[in-house]
Design a protein around this ligand. Structure first.
Ligand code: AQP
Length: 331
């Protein structure tokens, strides 16, 4: 069975972009692949976190993985820090990454360009850690949103570099980026990605948003004055973004079908239909989330997941350290 790995960093509350671009694919893929889904709690401290908030976000992130449909019997769900090999291989990967490569990573460049100050060394080198996350498990595929594709490409380069220098060590993974929903945009500014760290809350629908609040965010989403429901990201970015959301939450219905459904209707009708779909999805997830919080499924899932992940990651780390010549005694 082919192996797949992906993670989400709990830098805030998970949002609809995380669900559409990543989580729903984890859930679909757990049926056909050996799925590893982790919570990237090392990556999330690359930007300053409030400890209390982080603890809550971590718990919510695991609960939401489960509430969205990840099944601990089918997928290995674990916390990154419960598997120490991530940090260890992360450092080794960092030592094999060129500064030029890190300088080209757009996520860091974007934050720099926005004039953000006090950016950490961890944020700069995080693509190397992400490469280690993937390579430890010899993942065949990595389902990601569009923004993370560049990091998977760096991972491929690093895998090939290691294999060339030390002999066959790693599988070269493929990024899996879905055609629809790989980049859900902010509802209040469709030129920007929907993001946990967006200062403007109105643009981002959180999976745990109150349903009335979520509905209001959709109803006040920025559109245009062309008065036609048409998929045209260039000229109608707001409407096209809502169409991506609508299609993703309705079995990936084609844009042509959606255009036909709303031919001659106003934006109000279309937004109401999108809001209905969003609220139905959120309601289902939230109901399961509350049940999960009252059980001990979170603890059980993480314990079991860490056990399974450690067995694979430790063996791979040992193999790498031996190949590099970092160990004296061959255990
Ligand atoms: N807007 C999005 N549309 C589609 N996919 C998205 N993803 C994130 N935002 C969108 C995908 O979700 C997975 C987990 O991402 P992450 O939380 O680890 O990191 P991120 O991409 O940096 O997400 P945010 O929300 O923008 O976080 P902050 O604000 O902390 O930087 C990835 O597969 C990602 O592609």
């Amino acid at each position: 069975m082919k192996r797949m790995l992906s993670g989400i960093k709990p830098t805030g509350q998970l949002h609809l972009g995380n669900y559409i671009g990543a989580l729903r694919h984890f859930v679909e893929n757990q049926e056909d692949y050996e799925m590893f889904a982790f919570i990237a709690n090392l990556h999330c401290i690359t930007v300053m976190q409030d400890p209390e908030e982080l603890r809550n976000n971590l718990r919510d992130c695991v609960a939401l993985y489960l509430a969205c449909g990840l099944d601990p019997k089918k997928a290995t769900i674990f916390l990154q820090t419960d598997v120490k090999a991530h940090a260890q291989l992360g450092f080794i990967a960092c030592c094999h990454t060129y500064l030029g490569e890190l300088n080209r990573m757009t996520q860091f460049k974007d934050k720099q360009a926005k004039g953000e100050t006090n950016l950490s060394g961890g944020l700069y080198t995080y693509p190397s850690l992400m490469a280690a996350d993937i390579l430890l498990y010899d993942a065949d595929y990595v389902p990601v949103g569009e923004d993370q594709k560049q990091h998977v490409e760096l991972t491929r380069d690093l895998a090939e570099r290691f294999n060339h220098r030390y002999g066959e060590l790693f599988k070269v993974p493929e990024p899996l980026v879905s055609k629809v929903g790989a980049r859900i945009m902010s509802l209040s500014d469709p030129s920007k990605k929907m993001s946990k760290s967006d200062d403007n809350d109105k643009g981002c629908i959180y999976l745990l948003d109150d349903l009335k609040v979520a509905r209001k965010k959709v109803m006040s989403a920025v559109t245009d004055s062309l008065a036609q429901v048409k998929y045209d990201p260039q000229n109608q970015p707001g409407i096209s973004n809502l169409m991506q959301i609508y299609s993703s939450l309705d079995n990936n219905r084609s844009f042509e079908e959606i255009e036909k459904e709303f031919e001659g209707k106003g934006y109000g009708d279309f937004k109401r239909a999108v809001a209905d779909k969003v609220c139905a999805t959120l309601e289902e997830i939230q109901n399961r989330y509350h049940t999960i919080l009252e059980s001990n499924l979170i603890e059980e899932t993480l314990k079991d997941g860490a056990h399974k992940a450690n067995a694979i990651a430790d063996a791979k780390l040992k193999q790498v350290q031996q190949a590099i010549g970092m160990e004296i005694i061959q255990k």
